[in-house]
Design a protein around this ligand. Structure first.
Ligand SMILES: [Zn+2]
Length: 317
């Protein structure tokens, strides 16, 4: 034990009392190894598990009374009582438990790394038969009057517990009298679950193959489905981008009804007009420019240009 080394009385021959104590002379702390983190406010102590816990890392049960080398730090005060916190490593895995003293409730609370096995109930409250305490046993031995009273109490307790015990016994009998049927039920349930599992595995394998994925797929989840649906409905452009695009389209569009006019149709129309025998069936749907109108007037005698000029009042057609 490191801390005992500080108390030995061996003074080396070169010891100089002017330096101070033996620890000062050796440049060591009285707690030796247990004080190696003293500059961080930590000392290392032996901590005994105050109750049964389950480790969060390896899921193992750790019994009450198992001892650990724990890092002890002071984390606060409860009135005038310091509150200490202990950090220790699980002896079965790499997980660390952090347990803090709770002076208000005369208890310890687990901060992280473990889960407490809850057995703080009073067994007499739910009708359990508990062994007598040492004091009662002593009194039963010494006090014959107490023994008599206690005996009658025990009898009444056993009488009141009889119907409940009978009910439990019958229930157990109902379930397990026909072991063949019970076994059949269990096996059927197991078979159903197995089939389900195989179906899921097959489905995920097909999906992985289809998407060339080399990762295990988890089961489908309603929340994931919902988020995926929302993502797929998400617009590719923002509302601002959309409004800019719509405005640009409106600006470039022709305001008149000849909206379906295109450059291609214009080229076709020009060709027809320039040809010697223009096809009269072509419909040129656009508002004519001043030049075009003049051309139309010129060619009026020869060509009948049919157009949608309903909006232009000055048109001759
Ligand atoms: Zn563990």
């Amino acid at each position: 034990m490191g801390e005992r080394k500080g108390t030995n009385k061996y003074y080396p021959p070169d010891y100089d009392p002017k330096v101070g104590g033996l620890n000062k002379f050796l440049g060591t702390h009285a707690l030796r190894e247990r004080a190696r983190k003293i500059h961080q406010g930590i000392i290392i102590i032996r901590f005994e598990m105050p109750y049964n816990i389950w480790c969060d890392g390896c899921k193992n049960h750790v019994g009450m009374g198992v001892r650990y080398n724990a890092e002890k730090t002071k984390v606060g005060m409860y009135y005038t009582t310091p509150v200490y916190q202990f950090k220790m490593k699980c002896h079965l895995c790499d997980n660390h438990y952090v347990i803090r003293a709770d002076p208000a409730n005369l208890d310890y609370v687990i901060i992280s790394g473990a889960r407490r096995q809850e057995n703080r109930w009073d067994p007499t409250q739910n009708g359990q038969v508990v062994p007598e305490t040492k004091e009662t046993q002593k009194r039963l031995f010494d006090d014959s009057m107490f023994k008599l009273e206690h005996g009658s109490e025990d009898k009444s307790t056993s009488e009141s517990a009889k119907p409940r015990l009978a009910k439990l016994f019958n229930r157990n009998e109902e379930t397990w009298s026909d072991s063949y049927t019970a076994n059949q039920k269990l096996r059927a349930e197991f078979r159903r679950k197995n089939c389900e599992q195989k179906g899921l595995e097959e489905k995920s394998r097909t999906l992985s193959k289809k998407s060339s994925l080399d990762i295990p797929l988890l089961e489908e989840n309603e929340e994931d489905n919902r988020i995926a649906r929302l993502l797929s409905m998400k617009p590719a452009k923002t509302s601002e981008e959309n409004s800019v695009e719509i405005r640009a389209r409106i600006v470039s569009e022709c305001l008149l009804p000849s909206a379906n006019f295109s450059r291609k149709r214009e080229t076709v129309a020009v060709k027809i007009l320039e040809s010697d025998k223009p096809n009269l069936g072509v419909v040129l749907k656009r508002r004519p420019t001043a030049e075009e109108e003049a051309d139309v007037k010129k060619a009026k005698t020869n060509v009948s240009l049919v157009g949608d000029y309903s909006s232009s009042g000055d048109s001759d057609c």
